[in-house]
Design a protein around this ligand. Structure first.
Ligand code: C5P
Length: 429
């Protein structure tokens, strides 16, 4: 982080005292830190503390001395290589979401081309409030990175989400945001994961066995490779990978709607979700009573999300999964062709295989090629598969065509991809 220029925004919250340590740690790593405080933040910590730790006068007013000295909000916005707001209060997130420019911090956020990251800190009910969640969702869609919040004891005595991440974690996140480009930097990747639930009545559903672990590991591996990742997940009990935007859904219809909404600007689509292939023709409004010995459910086909993405006009690079109990390669290759995929990852499933466990093995197929990825942890496997996807994606005539609308610099090229794509023990043919 040596010489990197960071604007650290501090807004009003009890966690502001932790930002003093954050400044110290960023400065230790060689970063130049310019602290910008809101008026509310000064009720919690004095500017003198931050000035002493950063070695720079703290800025807080649109019309203060810095402005007079030629370092107005536009100059400050241009100077920043990263704008990190920690703590980010509910009020600040709301103002940022609505494009207000009523103080120095919001104004320079609007005027800066640098990545913006926010570490929310607030009471857990304020965090869970629909208004805050709406604002956070809006900001994430615009590319603002949410760092946290953490879950735990709060200064107000309550327990839940809303704790600011600890300074060492924030330093690591800042370093990643400032780090050199990964091969997928500037590309948006969408991953579907987990099962879907298709409603029978208010208490019952049809579903598939799926823990979501493979999809979550892939989302993490794609994020590590520099991509902006959107993870559309069915009901699972897994924490979100850091830096990944997650959209929770239940049914196939909801997953399809979320995928369609997010598709513009997506460079790579990976369908790992175990989407239910059939759903009940109708969902009973009231609980069905068990009055007869047998019962029939009329089912109808769900939308094939993967096939629709593959046939869409803004078709991204499309990767599918195939879970088969037998004739794995034969069925997977048929699926590759039938759904017009760029690549398919197949695994053998069955009793005590693949589901719910942390290890797996994959057979990866594309037109004219195959590679076996031997059994390893799902995260290692995901990293290896990401390498293969990157390699094949970059081999296309013009992968730049599929860059995200919010793209930054271009990809680093196939060397990094090849490094990523070379897990030990791989057998290719
Ligand atoms: O045809 P099959 O369900 O075996 O294909 C599996 C692949 O298709 C997976 O990538 C899965 O995520 C995707 N899929 C989908 N929507 C469905 C069914 C499967 O996206 N309704």
């Amino acid at each position: 982080m040596k010489g990197k220029r960071i604007v650290l925004g501090v807004t009003g919250g009890i966690a502001a005292y932790k930002s003093a340590e954050l400044v110290r740690r960023l400065a230790e790593r060689g970063a130049e830190v310019q602290v910008v405080m809101t008026a509310a933040a000064q009720h919690f910590v004095t500017p003198t503390t931050f000035q002493a730790l950063s070695g720079r006068p703290v800025r807080s007013d649109l019309w203060d001395d810095g402005h007079a000295a030629g370092m107005g909000h536009i100059e400050l916005a241009r100077w920043a290589e990263l704008v990190l707001v920690a703590p980010a209060s509910a009020d600040f997130l709301a103002r940022l979401a609505h494009g207000l420019a009523d103080d120095l911090l919001t104004t320079l956020c609007l005027a800066s081309a640098a990545p913006i990251a926010a570490a929310p800190a607030m009471n857990q009910l304020m965090w869970r409030n629909a208004a805050t969640q709406f604002n956070v969702d809006l900001l994430e869609r615009r590319g603002v990175r949410m760092l946290g919040p953490g879950i735990g004891e709060q200064a107000c005595g309550e327990h839940g989400p809303g704790r600011m991440l600890e300074p060492p974690e924030l330093v690591a996140c800042a370093a990643a945001l400032l780090s050199p480009a990964g091969p997928l930097r500037g590309r948006r990747v969408m991953v579907t994961a987990g099962p879907t639930r298709e409603c029978i009545d208010p208490v019952r559903f049809v579903s598939n066995r799926s823990s979501g672990k493979m999809g979550f590991a892939l989302a993490q591996a794609m994020q590590e490779a520099g991509a902006e990742v959107v993870l559309v997940s069915g009901p699972v009990s897994l924490p979100s990978p850091r830096g990944v935007r997650r959209i929770d859904v239940e049914s196939c219809d909801q997953m399809y709607a979320a995928v369609q909404r997010e598709l513009p600007g997506t460079a790579i689509f990976v369908g790992t979700a175990a989407v239910a292939d059939y759903r009940p023709v109708c969902c009973a409004e009231q609980k069905i009573k068990k009055s007869s010995e047998t019962m029939s459910l009329e089912l109808t086909r769900t939308t094939d999300i993967l096939a629709h993405v593959s046939a869409s006009p803004q078709r991204p690079f499309v990767v599918g999964f195939a879970a088969e109990t037998h004739a794995v390669e034969q069925y997977a290759r048929a699926k590759l062709l039938a759904k017009n995929l760029d690549l398919i990852a197949a695994n053998e499933v069955g009793h005590r295989k693949a589901f719910d466990c942390d290890e797996n093995a994959l057979l990866v197929l594309w037109r004219g090629g195959r590679i076996e990825l031997p059994s390893s942890s799902k995260l290692e496997l995901a990293r290896a598969l990401t390498g293969l996807i990157v390699e094949r994606y970059l081999e296309q005539p013009d992968p730049g065509e599929r860059r995200s609308a919010s793209a930054g610099e271009g990809a680093d090229g196939a060397d990094t991809a090849r490094e990523l794509a070379a897990p030990s023990g791989v057998r290719a043919s």
